[in-house]
Ligand binder design. Sequence first.
Ligand code: BDP
Length: 634
Amino acid sequence: MKLLAGLSLLSIVPPSLCVPTASLYQVNDPTKVEQPLIKLKPQQNPLRELVSLDGLWKFALASGPNDTAQPWTAPLPKGLECPVPASYNDIFVDRKIHDHVGWVYYQRDVFVPKGWSKERYLVRAESATHEGRIYVNDHLLAGHVGGYTPFEADITDFVAAGEKFRLTIGVNNELTHETIPPGEISVGEFTGKRTQTYHHDFYNYAGLARSIWLYSLPRQHIQDITVVTDVDGRNGLINYDVKVANHTNGQIKISVIDEDGKTVANASGAHGTVKIDSVKLWQPGAAYLYQFQANIVDTHGKVVDTYSLATGVRTVKVSGTKFLINDKPFYFTGFGKHEDTSVRGKGHDQAYMVHDFQLLNWIGANSFRTSHYPYAEEVMDFADRQGIVVIDETPAVGLNIALLGLSGGESQTFTPEGINNNTQAAHKQAIRELISRDKNHPSVVMWSIANEPASQEDGAREYFEPLAKLSRKLDPTRPITFANVGMATFEKDRISDLFDVSCLNRYFGWYSETGDLAEAEVALEKELRGWEEKFNRPIIMTEYGADTIAGFHSVLGLPWSEEFQTQMLDMYHRVFDRIGSMAGEQVWNFADFQTTIGTMRVDGNKKGVFTRDRKPKAAAHGLRARWTNMDTRD
Ligand code: BDP
């Protein structure tokens, strides 16, 4: 299949307007209702092989939306090499690459192992921010819109086992008013230079920030597993559903194996319930994981595929003003985080991941929110193993024109030219992909479907009601929420009743009552009491904080100083301790992080309790004293 005709079409139409036909490749087209599920994270076991394609890849920028060079149909020029995983923006000392808007190409040669002739084999990209395409030699095999969830291409029919092929991954970083997150591209009046603008407060890092895999699957294979756990007295229940592909004969067998390697339960059939006697629960701070092992066994009793899913047995519920994990009230302590480090940008990095979790433990944090997008799957697996509780968020951030200060109070967000039906369709797809990828993680206790949307505006309810419904349909077991913005006060917000927990982001003392903590304390308490009276349900402060320059001190406790950050957090905590329905506090932010540089931001957002290289600011010690002495389980 030569794609020259298709490619020349792509070359003259701006990528965001280009809708390749299904015959070219399977696109995760957000406007289509039926979507392929995100397949299970690849794993290595006796019947599945896994080859990491991480490393240095050849790299080139497309020369623009009218680029006719078609670099993906040929070897990329020698020269630039880019590490994978990493965002490309800060790797090179080149402003053109840093500021690039549009497609870039990554390329490398890959061998399909000789022994895979009876298997199916796939290339999986854990993410391509924000749109990705996988090419095998000259063939465009897969495309995906959405920068923080995986997609893959089945390459079996294009390359034989033992052969070499040229793998090219195209990545486009453009955001429009119909993408999640949204953005706009402006064109310089005099230079014609294209610039990406957006409404979210973190840098639009792009590229292949997570791993790329080549992996094999038996022809008959397990495509997806869903587990939902419950507790019955001293016993644990795992309700499960296993989806298989090309399944012709034989049966599905399930075993549950404990941490000592002992099989504690068995079942057969593609769905059902397994019971674990005297279960060891997955608890915050005390993770316990069973291996839920699904096997396809053929009519001769031979296992033809197997997949092992780490499963924690726990329940989650909202009851009155309490957030219950395993029927006990849980109080969230921790942070909103970002995937952000210097040089790598949003590149997943094991060393930073482990170190960040060490710091969470040191400071007494029991949770974080994946603000403002789904994090690498490795992070979710690690949270499961470490017993850290996660509020899992979609990339729907910046659905709020008023935050830019441009609306003059008018309802301008939800309009045909702004956040519209197509944006909503993309948002639905982002919810589907998040839940489909992360539904089995015991660490995930709640879905956050957006951050700071204009929930006080006309159109918000029409936009959000179907999204809340969809989330509940996809996962009836977990509470849902969104992070509410300060201007959508308890009096003005129009959508909170669609959700289970009031997650509030508030900046009294920083963006309002700046530097006046006495005034801020009264305003904060008034607002929290308003939410408490109106909803009588758990409130989690999902953002509060102050920009703080590490090493900047003020005996007067003035804003930007380490003293101010400490005093401001203390003030919030005094108020929280007076409000009965508080169910958690997550400081903004765990660490300083990069943003677009503008008049408001000097080398990024400095609200970190740790610096970007993870050194504690003074406030870290205060938080540690509070959280390590707090009983968060009642
Ligand atoms: C909130 C946003 C967050 C920002 C933060 C801030 O949710 O992404 O970084 O404010 O201004 O509005 O620091």
